[in-house]
Design a protein. Structure first.
Length: 122
């Protein structure tokens, strides 16, 4: 089940995805892309396994935050978790968590607008 008000989606009894601001910054820094660029590629299915593993990792680090900018959870552990839980099941949960993190609003471009591509870097 998901707690959409908090943007939390449970993967299983031990792990839950949450795309906090810090998680999104880590995601951008690790992939070298802005969040809008990542979302466009994710929605189009044009994203590789390295990026998928990083997206899963970023959604999980809230549980492993040491409070000093480091995390007790690695990219390799994220990949192992994907293998353990199943790629399709994890991707479904990632999609739910990302949708919870970015609920539709009047000020946010809709999916069709985002699919046109992002040209500006932040």
């Amino acid at each position: 089940m998901a707690n959409k008000a908090k943007g939390i989606v449970k993967l299983n009894a031990d792990y839950s995805l949450r795309y906090t601001t810090n998680a999104l910054v880590e995601l951008e820094e690790t992939l070298g892309l802005t969040v809008p660029e990542i979302l466009v590629r994710f929605e189009r299915g044009g994203i590789g396994f390295k990026a998928i593993r990083t997206i899963v990792w970023a959604g999980l680090i809230h549980q492993f935050d040491n409070g000093d900018g480091t995390y007790d959870f690695t990219l390799t552990e994220a990949g192992d978790l994907i293998d353990e839980l199943g790629f399709e099941a994890v991707m479904e949960k990632v999609t739910q968590a990302l949708e919870s993190a970015f609920p539709e609003s009047e000020n946010k471009p809709n999916r069709a607008t985002r699919r046109q591509g992002v040209t500006a870097k932040n």
